[in-house]
Design a protein around this ligand. Structure first.
Ligand SMILES: Nc1ncnc2c1ncn2[C@@H]1O[C@H](COP(=O)(O)OP(=O)(O)OP(=O)(O)O)[C@@H](O)[C@H]1O
Ligand SMILES: [Mg+2]
Length: 269
């Protein structure tokens, strides 16, 4: 069997000076819905916590907040009380003892981030950046689309992991997110994460397609951060309402997330 070198071997390192001032917020975005943002946000948080890092997971999905559901948690407080002005972000932090990390849970429907204007969203983003001083990393799970809420919440200097699958609509939407983000912030630190690939080789091909579009039309080359293969353990963990890293720590998908966590820690230590 011919051994090919892993495409992940030569990834450029993450920016070494992420802290402080909100630069340690790692945004998970995609453009298209249902490509695995929340799964990744939850498992990456868990992997970083397992590596001894202090991590806060923020459910920034404007439409359908569901980090707590994927984890089978029932936090008493969520963003709704922050949005109504009763409490600060700090007050609604929920300690997830089993996972070893903190969570700010979102709210779907009324009382959700979707009910906020851009000014209020900016305030949330600023408060989140301030919270960053208390953590090694904040993982920000965003909703699908590239509306004002996604744009406002993902503004700032930390790395943005853009998730796509090989599905052409997912690639188009990932490209659209990258285009809009670079138009407003040309210096944005964008990284690509391929999810649900059939193999690492297929993942690399998908990345190359997106890279060509970015090179040709935007004159940028966002690096590859990781490839997560299609793995039925991912959906099994969600059905069990348990984090992938807890339910199936030795699965291929969990291994890929651990690799991503190591990659992030290496570049930001
Ligand atoms: N690597 C994978 N292998 C198999 N299934 C996966 C993988 N990643 C995600 N999935 C499946 O994709 C579905 C959607 O995942 P998830 O909810 O994380 O997507 P999302 O991008 O957060 O969606 P939304 O845009 O609605 O917030 C899940 O039900 C999960 O089972
Ligand atoms: Mg989601």
């Amino acid at each position: 069997m011919i051994q090919t070198e892993s495409p992940l071997r030569n990834r450029p390192e993450m920016h070494p000076a992420m802290r402080p001032a909100g630069n340690n917020i790692i945004t998970i975005a995609s453009g298209k819905g249902g490509v695995g943002k929340t799964v990744l946000a939850v498992s990456l948080t868990q992997a970083l916590a397992n590596a001894g890092k202090k991590v806060l997971l923020f459910d920034g999905d404007v439409g359908l907040a569901n980090v707590d559901i994927q984890l089978g948690l029932m936090p008493e407080l969520d963003l709704a009380t922050v949005i109504s002005g009763e409490m600060s972000l700090h007050d609604v932090i929920f300690r997830c003892d089993a996972g070893g990390f903190d969570l700010i849970a979102g709210r779907s429907g009324s009382g959700s981030l979707g009910s906020l204007g851009v000014t209020q969203l900016r305030e949330i983003r600023q408060d989140l950046a301030l919270l960053g001083a208390e953590y090694d990393y904040i993982i920000l799970d965003l909703g699908a689309g590239i509306d004002d809420a996604v744009k406002t919440l993902s503004s700032g200097l930390g790395p943005k992991l853009v998730i796509t699958t090989g599905d052409p609509t997912s690639l188009t939407d990932a490209y659209a997110y990258i285009k809009v983000t670079t138009q407003t912030a040309p210096e944005a630190d964008l990284r690509i994460l391929i999810n649900m690939a059939k193999s690492e080789a297929e993942g690399l091909k998908i990345y190359d397609k997106l890279l060509s579009a970015c090179r040709n039309f935007l004159q940028i080359e966002p690096p590859l951060a990781g490839i997560i293969e299609q793995d039925e353990k991912v959906s099994n963990a969600i059905r069990a309402q348990m984090g992938l890293m807890t339910r199936f720590p030795t699965s291929r998908a969990a291994g890929a997330v651990e690799d991503l966590a190591r990659y992030i820690i290496r570049g930001t230590a």
